[in-house]
Design a protein around this ligand. Sequence first.
Ligand code: DC
Length: 228
Amino acid sequence: MKKITIAIDGFSSTGKSTLAKQLAKALGYVYVDTGAMYRAVTLYAMQHNFVSENYLDKEALVKKLPDVQLKFQFNAVLGFAEMFLNGTNVETEIRTLNVSRLVSKIAEISEVRSKLVEQQQQMGKNKAIVMDGRDIGTVVFPDAELKIFMTASPETRAQRRYDELLENGQSVSFADVLQNVKERDFIDTNREDSPLVQAEDAVVVDNSAMSREEQFEVVLSLAHHKLS
Ligand code: DC
């Protein structure tokens, strides 16, 4: 049976991972959340005091990069793969607002990007993969058969993220979450190395006024079309 590569890119909190997970499950494909990889490197940098709100020791982090071991391990109960940093499950820790605040600084570093892109290309070398991120359709898999670019208004995205953080028991203000969404948009789209841009051949999905189910149906039919 024909196998394809599906790249899902877009702004933060557009529901990329929810869609990518649904799609991977429906097609029996592997799902890879590349944001989790950038978040795990950020957590490593925080643990070693290489980064904080107004500080970044890029050289020290780059030197230590060979020591950063990232692994996805499938959790059958949850139905998706969890992120492990040097053998420790960091799936919950990497989703905190603290990590979200610093991750763009780390994702700007070219040495970090090339290490992670290489791992991502390795994971996708046999196709049958759904990968989400910012540069999947442009840098990681420019030849992906299906590319989706997801977007929604900053307020819609901040509300989703806010609800998620509250659900996880974190006390945050909506204003802080909205500010973080806008800051990350700015950094993600303006960084020098692999900025967030829509691939020319990507299909744009604006889900500001779309339910999860509607969005899934649209993208699943695009995938079936590519597979037929
Ligand atoms: O998808 P996410 O919000 O978990 O991603 C976290 C950060 O990582 C985001 O601010 C941008 C960065 N990122 C990136 O630069 N390239 C990717 N392929 C994935 C994420």
